[in-house]
Design a protein around this ligand. Structure first.
Ligand SMILES: *Cc1c(COP(=O)(O)O)cnc(C)c1O
Length: 384
C-alpha cells in the first residue's frame, strides 16, 4: 500500500491529499520517503524557526521529557515560570496564558474580549484566525466560515481601512482583532500607519486592540514581534507557531488593564503551559536571541526580497511582507503551478492562493540557502 492509499483511506477527508510523505529533517532541509531532498522555505508554515532537528531544541525536549513532562495546572513548574518571564520581557506584556495552538490562543483572546461585557467584536475581511468555532467566527474568509454556521455570534468583518474602522467602532465594541501582516491571505501588509491609527481610535472608545501575531511573532518579521516596529502598545497579542519551533504551544499575552479581565476559574486547558512545551519554547527563544536570528531575519529578508525582484520575471507583480515572511504577488494565477515545479526541483514554498506565493524559511538561513532558493525559484517561474 502506498502512503497515498494509506492516507486517503484512513485520514479524515477534511484536508487535501498531502504533497509528499516526509521522513526526516535537518537544518533547512527535509527528506521524503524516497530519499529526495528539499530546501524548506515554508518551515511548517512559519513554525520551525530554528529549522529541523536543531540540537538546542532536541536537547531541551529530551532532557525535559526525561525529567518532568506533564503535571496539570494544579501545579507550577520552573520552565513554565521561566517562559512566562521571558515572553513578558520580550513583549512588554503584563500577564500570560499558555495553551497548545494558535486557534486556542485566539479562543482565549475571544473570551477576554467577551469579559468586557460589550457584545460586538470586529475583525478584518480576508483575515485568518483559526478553525475552531470562535476563531473561525473571527476569520474573514466566508468560504471557510459558511459550512459551519451558525458560529459564535457578534463578529463583524470590516475592510482593512481606518475609514471602515471609524464607521464600525462604538462603545458597544469589545475588541478589534488584527493580524499585523495577513499571512494566510498571501502575506498582505496593512495600509501604512494602520496600527497607529487603529490604536488611537480603539483607545478613544475603550476597545481592546488584539493583535494576532501567531504567524508574525518570534522574530520572523525582523523584530521580536511585528507590532514592535510600529511603536504601538496593544491590549493583547496572540502567539503560537514560531514560539515553539515545532513543539505545539500557544499563548495569550495581555497588557495593562486587559490583564485583569479573566479571573479565577474562567479559563483553562489540561496541556497548556506544561513543562515539556514550555521548556521547548524557552530553548527556541533562547537560541533565537543567542544567534541573533531576529536580526538575521531582517537582513536575510531584505537580501531575499532584493534577489526576488532581481529575477525580473514578468510573472512577479510585487514582493510583500517583512523580514522572513514574504509574499510574492503574481501577475497571473500561476502560484499552484510554480509551487509544483519548485517542489519537483527540490524546493518547498506554498501558494496561499492562486496569485500569491508565500516564503517563510527558517530564521537560520544564510547566503547559500538564498542562492539555492533563487536558482530553483527562477527556473520554477519559467514556463515548463
Ligand atoms: C496559523 C494561524 C492561526 C491558527 O493557528 P493554529 O495553530 O493552526 O490553530 C491563527 N492566526 C494566524 C495569523 C495564523 O497564521
Amino acid at each position: 500500500m502506498t502512503w497515498q492509499d494509506d492516507y486517503s483511506t484512513r485520514m479524515m477527508k477534511s484536508a487535501a491529499l498531502p504533497i509528499a510523505e516526509l521522513v526526516r529533517g535537518e537544518g533547512c532541509r527535509v527528506w521524503d520517503d524516497e530519499g529526495n531532498e528539499y530546501l524548506d522555505f515554508l518551515s511548517g508554515i512559519a513554525v520551525n524557526a530554528l529549522g529541523h532537528a536543531h540540537p538546542v531544541l532536541v536537547k531541551a525536549v529530551s532532557e525535559q521529557v526525561a525529567t518532568l513532562a506533564h503535571i496539570s495546572n494544579y501545579f507550577a513548574s520552573p520552565p513554565q515560570l521561566a517562559l512566562a518571564d521571558r515572553l513578558l520581557s520580550l513583549t512588554g506584556g503584563d500577564r500570560i496564558f499558555f495553551c497548545n495552538s494558535g486557534a486556542e490562543a485566539i479562543e482565549a483572546a475571544f473570551k477576554l474580549a467577551r469579559r468586557t461585557g460589550r457584545p460586538r467584536v470586529l475583525s478584518l475581511v480576508n483575515s485568518f484566525h483559526g478553525r475552531t468555532m470562535g476563531s473561525l467566527a473571527l476569520t474573514g474568509k466566508p468560504a471557510l466560515r459558511e459550512p459551519f454556521e451558525p458560529l459564535v455570534p457578534g463578529v463583524e468583518h470590516i475592510d482593512s481601512t481606518i475609514e471602515a474602522l471609524e464607521a464600525a467602532i462604538g462603545s458597544d465594541v469589545a475588541a478589534l482583532f488584527v493580524e499585523p501582516i495577513k499571512g494566510e491571505a498571501g502575506v498582505i501588509d496593512l495600509p501604512e500607519g494602520y496600527l497607529e491609527s487603529a490604536r488611537r481610535i480603539t483607545a478613544e472608545h475603550g476597545v481592546l486592540l488584539i493583535l494576532d501575531e501567531i504567524q508574525t511573532g518570534a522574530g520572523r518579521t525582523g523584530s521580536w514581534f511585528a507590532f514592535q516596529s510600529s511603536g504601538v502598545v496593544p491590549d493583547a497579542i496572540v502567539l503560537a507557531k514560531g514560539i515553539g519551533g515545532g513543539f505545539p504551544i500557544g499563548a495569550l499575552v495581555t497588557f495593562g488593564a486587559a490583564s485583569d479581565l479573566l479571573v479565577a476559574g474562567q479559563h483553562g486547558t489540561t496541556f497548556g503551559g506544561n513543562p515539556l512545551a514550555t521548556a521547548a519554547s524557552l530553548a527556541v527563544l533562547g537560541e533565537i536571541e543567542r544567534a541573533d536570528l531576529v536580526e538575521n531575519a531582517r537582513i536575510r529578508g531584505e537580501q531575499l526580497r532584493a534577489a526576488i525582484v532581481g529575477i525580473g520575471s514578468p510573472l512577479i507583480a510585487e514582493v510583500r511582507g517583512r523580514g522572513l515572511l514574504i509574499g510574492v504577488g503574481l501577475t497571473e494565477p500561476a502560484a499552484p503551478d510554480i509551487v509544483r515545479r519548485a517542489f519537483a526541483a527540490g524546493l518547498i514554498v506554498n501558494a496561499p492562493n492562486d496569485m500569491s506565493i508565500r516564503l517563510a524559511p527558517p530564521l537560520i538561513i544564510g547566503d547559500s540557502e538564498i542562492a539555492e532558493f533563487i536558482d530553483i525559484f527562477t527556473k520554477a517561474l519559467e514556463a515548463p
